[in-house]
Design a protein around this ligand. Structure first.
Ligand SMILES: [Zn+2]
Length: 72
């Protein structure tokens, strides 16, 4: 088994408030600013950690959010 395999998860199945929070509460390494917003979110599991990957709404740089709470 490939341990580095991404397992796709359905971001859209999260509730609206949660999705909005993930899409608004961002940190962009490129802009060096918080809460620029995220577009094109994709959620996946990798090595037992959940990630939400998207693009900065301002500059298009990839934003990766690691979900550390265990509420999934
Ligand atoms: Zn940015």
């Amino acid at each position: 088994m490939n341990e580095n395999e991404r397992i796709a998860r359905d971001f859209q199945s999260r509730d609206e408030e949660e999705k909005r929070a993930f899409l608004e509460q961002t940190w962009c390494d490129h802009c060096q600013e918080v809460n620029q917003g995220m577009v094109e979110p994709e959620e996946y599991e990798l090595n037992n950690t959940i990630f939400i990957e998207g693009k900065c709404a301002k500059c298009g740089h990839v934003i990766l959010t690691e979900i550390t709470d265990e509420e999934f």
